[in-house]
Design a protein. Structure first.
Length: 139
């Protein structure tokens, strides 16, 4: 590949734009997840952190909130659909895809194997990139 003066000027600009885009996406996700938590409280009457015996992931506007999570072995994760109209499902490694969860419904799965485990929404992972990651660690 031959670098010209034009390439030397464009390359730093592309790197800067990429970093800005990533920061903007993080901000957008943060705002989206704040909105998802507000919907959760409206629907279930308490913050998701107060859910007893589970860790809650909200499904909202084709996103998982949070999209990445670390939990100890034996943790039950509860995915709560806080959308207004859209149904979602959850597919975790080694298990069949869940039934669809409609608004105000939940799906639960207990993680018994250590390691990084991608999960996805069956109907929306390809078109909306609705994919998450759970890292399961020893207690």
């Amino acid at each position: 590949m031959m670098f010209t003066r034009k390439t030397a000027l464009i390359l730093p600009l592309m790197v800067a734009l990429s970093a800005a885009s990533s920061a903007l996406a993080d901000t957008d996700t943060s705002a989206l997840c704040t909105e998802a938590e507000e919907r959760y409280v409206e629907m279930f009457g308490a913050p998701s952190a107060d859910a007893d015996g589970v860790v809650v992931v909200k499904m909202y506007k084709y996103n998982f909130c949070p999209a990445e999570l670390t939990v100890p072995v034996g943790t039950t994760v509860r995915w709560a659909n806080v959308d207004k109209r859209t149904s979602h499902s959850v597919k975790v490694p080694g298990a069949p895809e869940s039934d669809r969860a409609f608004p105000e419904e939940v799906i639960e799965f207990t993680f018994l194997t250590e390691g990084d485990q991608d999960y996805l929404c069956g109907p929306h992972w390809e078109t909306q990139k609705m994919i998450g990651m759970i890292t399961v660690v020893a207690e």
